[in-house]
Design a protein around this ligand. Structure first.
Ligand code: TEU
Ligand code: CA
Length: 544
């Protein structure tokens, strides 16, 4: 047994979690103060989004020093204390590892861009232009060309994200040696693992050929899951991963099941598991910026595919939210039914086979930001996309898309209580608090036995009590229904039934089994009728 299989992870977006010193920015000492809250919630691991030194162009996913903590968040001493306090509470710490790119203010890049003779020039991907234009047609994930002109060397450099995030050249063994050094530094401090940012973008196909077909989607095998991915991961495994009791989850953009198995299949173990995103398209076409109506089947189908596909072969991750995604209660249900929807979604996703990842605020049913002016948004992707959208959409329509898709939707400050700034900070928060904190906050939730928060606690304690939640097989019923999500789990003579009504109406269904032989162990309603109430979710456990 590897510990990560029984992990229940809580993702902290540090800037928005809790501010301990009134500067409006969440920090490490703030996290320390909230560890008892996390312990009480029932999680046993934290994934911490980047806290490294950074000019914050992409809120820390642009690192300028891998060996220090950004002063906004505290010091390395604070970090060590936090780690210690986590471990005392049985909480493991998973750091964010961002090594596809650095910040343009990283000393390597500052030197690299000066001259082709810089010892760091080959740490990055510089190329001559073609006929006064970029070297190829690659597109940035944040919109526009993935190349930026660098006057000093009369070259372009590659950036798959913002132009302030130059891509590292993994072909260069010195770059790989630097990454191993970074990993060892944090592991030797006692860190328990890494969430590896856009790890499947590391390898760029030799010759950097043009992509064909749709931008980005057409990059598979070129800069997505490129030819040397296995070499790089095998090397990291050989020199670092295998030497520690540690966990890795690779964030893999646009990954398919087969490719993922190539990284995570037991026996290969290049990574322990991956974040995959096919189920994030249930209400959009491949990108949040191209919305379509939510359909339950589009959520269930990919999730089931990965459940069946990894079963017995590799370990899965379970998530509906993170710092890049809008809030799930806004996406998959009616806001009027927010409380039932939030509980139902938790039941549906976190009772599957895999590691639950709860994103901060999800456990109290926080909602999208609903800012009305573009100036209120801070996220680089949002601002870039807005500019692009404005080229062909009216201000009103562009804003409507931003309100739906912006990453700031999930980055608003954590709502702790009814006090000033939702109890997040005594100073002016770096990003505006969602005004609905009077209604949605931790303190009120703790005191309300029917709150989403207390439901999460029940669900997580059940997950810990019954090993069927972790190890049981998955089997889906009614896969084609657009109203009902129903699956069972089986383990050592026990059967678990998870039944969710994804509609705002009562729903009749045939439970297949004689439910009187089962015990109802969780229900987001006090009623237990034959038909399901709007957004009702139930879990039954029985012996078989
Ligand atoms: O995200 C990778 C990624 O593909 C996202 O940028 C995605 O395209 C976008 O968020 C959709 O809105 C990771 C991090 O999670 C993200 O926060 C970073 O901005 C990005 O990498 C670059 O490091
Ligand atoms: Ca602070």
């Amino acid at each position: 047994m590897r510990w990560y299989k029984e992990a229940i992870v809580y993702q902290i977006y540090p800037r928005s979690f809790y501010d301990s010193n009134g500067d409006g920015i969440g920090d490490i000492r703030g996290i320390i103060q909230k560890l008892d809250y996390l312990k009480d919630l029932g999680v046993n691991a934290v994934w911490l989004s980047p806290i490294y030194d950074s000019p914050l162009d992409d809120m820390g996913y642009d690192i300028s020093n891998y060996y220090d903590v950004h002063k906004d968040y505290g010091t390395l001493e604070d970090f060590k204390e936090m780690l210690d306090e986590m471990h005392k509470r049985g909480i493991r710490l998973i750091m964010d590892l961002v090594v596809n790119h650095t910040s343009d203010e990283h000393p390597w890049f500052l030197d690299a861009k000066k001259s082709v003779n810089s010892p760091y020039h080959d740490y990055y991907i510089f190329r001559k232009g073609k006929n006064g234009r970029a070297p190829n047609n690659w597109r940035s994930f944040f919109g526009g060309s993935a190349w930026e002109y660098n006057e000093a060397t009369d070259e372009y450099y590659l950036h798959l994200f913002s132009r302030r995030q130059p891509d590292l050249n993994w072909e260069n063994p010195k770059v790989r040696a630097e990454v191993k050094k970074i990993l060892k530094f944090w592991l030797d401090l006692g860190v328990d693992g890494f969430r590896c940012d856009v790890i499947n973008l590391l390898s760029k196909k030799e010759g950097l050929p043009n992509t064909r077909g749709l931008p980005i989607l057409g990059a598979k095998g070129i800069y997505i899951d490129g030819p040397k991915m296995h070499d790089y991961l095998q090397e990291l495994k050989r020199d670092v991963f295998s030497k520690y009791d540690m966990f890795t989850v690779g964030e893999c953009v646009l990954i398919d099941l087969k490719t993922a198995l190539g990284y995570i299949k037991e026996g290969i173990d290049e990574l322990n598991t991956v974040f995959h995103f096919e189920h994030m398209n249930a209400d959009c076409f491949y990108s949040k910026w191209i919305p379509r109506k939510f359909k339950l089947r589009r959520l269930k189908k990919p999730l089931s595919k990965w459940q069946y596909g990894l079963q017995g072969k590799a370990w899965n991750t379970l998530f509906l939210e993170n710092h890049d995604q809008p809030r799930s209660v806004n996406r998959y249900g009616k806001l009027e039914n927010r409380v039932e929807v939030a509980k139902m979604l938790a039941t549906y996703i976190f009772s599957q086979r895999g590691i639950p990842f709860i994103y901060q605020g999800q456990e109290i049913g926080m909602t999208n930001a609903h800012y009305t002016k573009i100036e209120q948004y801070k996220d680089v992707e949002t601002l870039n996309m807005y500019k692009t959208l404005r080229k062909f959409l009216s201000e009103k329509r562009a804003m409507r898309l931003v309100q739906k898709a912006s990453r700031d939707n999930s980055r608003t400050p954590m709502q702790w209580n009814r006090g000033k700034n939702a109890g997040f900070s005594t100073g002016e928060p770096w990003l505006e608090v969602n005004p609905n904190y009077l209604e949605i906050n931790v303190e009120d939730s703790l005191g309300d036995e029917n709150s989403i928060l207390n439901y999460y606690k029940k669900l997580l304690s059940l997950r810990k009590k019954h090993s069927i939640f972790v190890y049981g097989d998955y089997r889906e019923h009614y896969p084609r229904s657009n109203k009902l999500a129903y699956y069972e789990r089986n383990y050592k003579g026990k059967k678990l039934l998870v039944i969710c009504n994804f509609t705002a109406k009562e729903l009749e269904f045939d439970p297949i089994y004689n439910l009187s032989r089962f015990k109802l162990i969780l229900n987001n309603y006090s009623q237990d009728k034959k038909q399901l109430m709007p957004y009702q979710a139930k879990i039954y456990l029985g012996d078989f």
